[in-house]
Design a protein around this ligand. Structure first.
Ligand SMILES: CC(C)(COP(=O)(O)OP(=O)(O)OC[C@H]1O[C@@H](n2cnc3c(N)ncnc32)[C@H](O)[C@@H]1OP(=O)(O)O)[C@@H](O)C(=O)NCCC(=O)NCCS
Length: 163
C-alpha cells in the first residue's frame, strides 16, 4: 500500500510541509523551500525519495560525500515522516527501499557503497532507528552542534543487514 520512489518537482511543496512540522532549523516557508530546491537540483549527488499512499507521507535525502567515488560514501542527511504516520514502520521502509535504489544506481555506474554516515541529536530516538535498520554505530559526539550535542553514526556496507 505504501510506495517508495524518487521525488520529483511536484513533491517539493509536501516535503516543505513535512520539514516544517519536523524540524526547527528554519521556520520560514520560503527559506525552507529554497534550501530543499537547492538540494533537489543537486541530483544525482543528492537524492530525495518519498514514501506515499494516496499522498506523500515522508521523505528522505541521501547525499554523496567527497565526489562520485568508486567506493562511495553517502550520508543520510535528513528523514521525516508526517506526524500522524510515525511509528507505523514507514521510516524503516523508506530507508531500506531508497537505499536499495541508491545502491543499484551506484552499481550501475561501477561504484560500490562503502559506508553511510548519519548524524542526529544525542537525545533523538532516531538513533534506535538507524541502529535497527542500518546497523549504524555511534563513533563520535560533537558538542553544541545544532541545538545541542550531535552523535555521528557510521554504517559499514559489509555490516548492513539489508535483504
Ligand atoms: C525518525 C522518524 C523518521 C522515524 O520514522 P517512523 O516511521 O516513525 O519510524 P518506524 O515506525 O519505522 O520505527 C522504526 C524504529 O524507530 C524507533 N522509534 C520509535 N519511535 C521513534 C520516534 N518517535 N522517533 C524516532 N524513532 C523512533 C524504534 O526503534 C522503531 O522501531 P520499533 O517500533 O521496532 O521499536 C520519524 O519519527 C520522524 O519523522 N521524526 C521527526 C523527524 C526526525 O527526528 N528525523 C530524524 C532526524 S535525524
Amino acid at each position: 500500500m505504501y510506495n517508495v520512489r524518487l521525488a520529483n518537482q511536484d513533491d517539493i511543496a509536501k516535503i516543505v510541509k513535512i520539514y516544517l512540522e519536523s524540524f526547527h532549523g528554519m521556520n520560514k516557508v520560503e527559506e525552507v523551500e529554497k534550501w530543499i530546491r537547492l538540494k533537489y537540483i543537486g541530483y544525482p549527488a543528492n537524492r530525495y525519495y518519498v514514501i506515499e499512499d494516496n499522498e506523500v507521507r515522508g521523505y528522505i535525502l541521501w547525499i554523496e560525500l567527497g565526489g562520485f567515488r568508486k567506493d562511495a560514501v553517502i550520508e543520510l542527511e535528513q528523514i521525516a515522516i508526517e506526524k500522524m504516520y510515525q511509528g507505523k514502520g514507514l521510516g524503516s521502509r523508506l530507508i531500506k527501499e531508497s537505499l536499495k535504489d541508491v545502491k543499484r544506481e551506484l552499481e550501475s555506474r561501477g561504484s560500490n557503497l562503502k559506508l553511510i554516515k548519519v548524524t542526529t541529536g544525542t537525545s533523538n530516538e532516531a538513533q534506535r532507528l538507524y541502529k535497527k535498520v542500518l546497523n549504524a554505530k555511534p563513533v563520535a559526539i560533537i558538542p553544541h552542534f545544532f541545538r545541542g550535542d550531535e552523535v555521528i553514526m557510521i554504517a559499514r556496507s559489509n555490516e548492513l543487514n539489508l535483504p
